[in-house]
Design a protein. Sequence first.
Length: 763
Amino acid sequence: MRRRRFLGQAATAAAILAGKDIIPIPGSRSGDDAAQQEPIPWYRRAKRWGQTNITEMDPGQYDLAWWRSHWKKTRVEGIIVNAGGIVAYYPSQVPLHRQAQYLGGRDLFGDICRAAHEDGLAVMARMDSNRAHEELYRAHPGWFAVDALGEPYKAGDLWVTCINGPYYGEHIPAILSEIAELYHPEGFTDNSWSGLGRDSICYCENCKKSFRDKTGLDLPASVNWEDPAYRRWLRWSYGRRIEIWELNNRITKRAGGPHCVWSGMNSGSISDQARTLRDFKEICRRADIIMLDNQARSDSGGFQSNAFTGKLTHGLLGWDKLAPESMAMYQNGRPTFRVAAKPLPEARMWMIEGVAGGIQPWWHYVGAYHEDRRIYRTAAPFFSWHAANERYLVNRRPAATVGVVWSQHNVDFYGRDDAETLVNLPMRGVTQALIRARVPFMAVHADHITRDASQLSALVLPDVGILTRDQADALRRFAAGGGGILASGATSLFDEWGDPLPDYGLADLFAVHATDPNTPGLRQSRVRQANDTRHTYLRLTPELGGSLDGPHNAKEPAAVGTRHPVLKGLEETDIISFGGMLGPLNVDPGAETVLTFIPEFPVYPPETAWMRVPRTQIPGLVLHTGQGGGRIAFMPADIDRQYGRYNLPDHGTLISNLVRWVSKENIPLVVEGRGLVDCHVYHQQDTVILHIVNLTSAGTWRQPVDEFIPIGPLKFSVKLPGQGPVRSLRYLVTGEILKASAVDGWCNFTVRSIVDHEVVVIG
């Protein structure tokens, strides 16, 4: 009787959740009858999430009444609840679906799901479908992954399942169907859905047959980027994960209704997506909602990396969809302490930066009982603020005019096993330089250059070694239309498999040509150079030392001419530190070389530290203006990588100067004042939204932060999208409402103090 009553209540609650609100159909007028309106599905409405990641110990100690009060206190609209996969938290009837050790006959998932539905919350049933216990392995060894010797892959005491076998094709679909039919959750997510990563090849019979049927080849003998079979295996593996995404969505929608979506968790790091063989662009193209498993920062990436994750994700997903992110309330990263509270400022800043980049907050605890009660105090204040101001935090579009170009294919085949060095570091250097310079930017997939070009004045390509022909043509069209381009390092120097080309694919655009085509081991050489800091420099031209105060010598050239504006701020030096290596390039006539390479010379002992070759003609930065008026800067010197690694101010200054030059100063924001702030500008109908995050703290580059350091005042000028009147400024953190005015299309105002963040609504 209890079970029938629960099922009825769950079905009713799910139906209510599916159509609680309505939105106008595009093209309809406000006030049209209900036939012209559609319900908003839950995955467009649930903007705050919570997850108690249940352990096998929790069924006997789960205090449901307390957790319901916590849901209410934190204003969540959806929860993620452990359901099945490795272990079941309900009395499953699927054969060999192991129940949690201390479940004791309790239907814990059902109890939580019913309570959440009674409270009007959406429920995502959490799966973990990558591994299994011994009894399932013994019963069905053919469902599991094996290495080249036929030995099963294991993770601790669990056996790793094969993504091409019946475990994913039959067992998991049976569990999904059972949960959907019994409990009517709004959707499903999965902590570990994509099987083995690219460094572990499965040689089971299912994989052998499937790969041979698809490609006509045997499985690759090892991880070998030069092996055509391994390259084909990578693409085949990516395709299989997309098949799993589509299969699971067919299952859940058939069993749970058209809005019962399956959305396996995805990383906020493209390198992680590449390692786990998940094509983020294709996943986002299919997704109704993206659940991000990206719980905390690294010291190198900082809090700002979370805003970048949001911008990158929405660049693929669209800005009208939601992308909640699991945000740990416990101390994770290095080190990880699962049941101890993370310092409140550290956890709060991660949430703030995520929301600034368009992410929806999702508190996450491991276990349902904690002796460190501080862990429960962090989420509520920020979630309450988010609930009060949510209308300005979703359904908005970036107003940035600078795009940073990336592609997962470049991470795979140019980055290969060294993506952190070859891809991530230059990307980090560019984004850090733009943040430091208060230049708003967006992430642009290389396949979307044409789509996004209309709002952009400049594109930055931080060592994007691989560009397809279509991507390169899109860049040419962008430049021909007057758009500016800054590219660095080996951009366009490799083919689709990561093999070196005879010349830059965009040599015509960059006005430079490689002099040593098809160099054997070029990629490996770049990795070695990037990982081995050299005592090298770059010379600025023209040299000005002869006109500056200081000692002089006979070899010093006279100061003649003026410097290019990209060298602004470096007037008192003729050199800047470099740290990398450069080879000769041929530069086209008409292009201007403003930096040249100074080769390595000794560091120790100090008596030997003098330049053996103080001047060369090896270009470090080449500038020119194309026929369409687009400004082009090509920087063979990997200044972006060096800045990502060492944070030297001269490098950041040069990058930001270059971006301003190629964009023709078409930047929608000007900021005056001290402090490290990350600024995001959005448009929402006739409203402009400026989200400012204060990154100034003692723990900016080393976690955790344990206190906030207020900054201010800061003066802002924000470019307005139209010529209409500006009525007011609303400060969503301090609560101030001020009068506003526009001068020549710009709104000027001051923020007196920022503790952790401020959101200014101009409307």
